[in-house]
Design a protein around this ligand. Structure first.
Ligand code: SF4
Ligand code: SF4
Length: 228
């Protein structure tokens, strides 16, 4: 049975801790054959809900790119640290209510995104897909989540839990943001040529550029130019 009171406590706590985005996806969405990434069920066998938390990244960090790459990277890592604190607090609350919880690694954590699978560079599970299914936004052609309020300028994390929480029931947005069909700015700006016209992204090209040429500093140009 859905635990509505726990859902409300988690939402309120996230809000008090200044999370800008909060959403819950039914974990079964990852069993949809259209989803081709790694699944949370591989990490937590009896996972029922995926909680998404997000914070907006200050615009100043993008406006200073590319000269301010170190500042941009540091700002992203500050967002990752902030999300960790919020997620840990929520995970503790979930367990105090008799359920289990674990926090998914995100880009910018020592164990996140780029480090999960060296071959495919796919994350342990797609937090962006969970956020899409939770109704928080849809995908840009740059493969980032585009949100109504902050466009792609968000940082996110996720909590897996066996608690059955209230999930989004509204009609889903189209998978890809309609604005992308007439924009294509991220394709043109990408210095690594990682984003294709057909919407495919070459993760290795992006990673090689950031971890090779930039020595680990993040690039962010595809976010900077996005008008959303
Ligand atoms: S820059 Fe343009 S094409 Fe790229 S994600 Fe943003 S809106 Fe879509
Ligand atoms: S972060 Fe930079 S290299 Fe990676 S896809 Fe975006 S623009 Fe291209």
């Amino acid at each position: 049975m859905t635990d509505s009171s726990l859902t409300k406590v988690l939402q309120d706590t996230a809000s008090q801790m200044n999370a800008d985005l909060f959403g819950i996806a039914d974990a079964s969405c990852f069993l949809d054959p259209a989803y081709t990434g790694n699944r949370p069920q591989d990490m937590m066998k009896d996972v029922r809900s995926v909680i998404i938390l997000g914070v907006a990244v200050p615009r100043g960090a993008f406006e200073s790119l590319p000269a301010g790459r170190a500042e941009y990277t540091n700002t992203l890592m500050a967002a990752t640290a902030t999300l960790r604190l919020i997620a840990f607090q929520l995970a503790r609350l979930i367990e105090k209510n008799g359920y289990r919880a674990t926090i998914v690694p995100t880009e910018g954590s020592e164990f996140g995104y780029w480090y999960a699978d060296r071959e495919t560079l796919k994350a342990n599970m797609s937090i962006k897909y969970a956020a899409y299914r939770a109704g928080l936004g849809n995908f840009g052609i740059n493969h980032l989540l585009t949100t109504k309020e902050f466009g792609p300028r968000v940082r996110m994390t996720a909590i897996l839990t066996d608690a059955e929480l209230n999930t989004e029931k509204e009609d889903p947005l189209p998978l890809v943001n309609r604005a992308c069909s007439t924009c294509r700015k991220c394709i043109a700006v990408c210095p690594a040529g990682a984003i294709s016209e057909d919407g495919a992204i070459d993760r290795h090209k992006c990673a090689d550029y950031m971890f090779g040429e930039l020595g680990g500093l993040r690039c962010g140009l595809c976010v900077k130019v996005c008008p959303l």
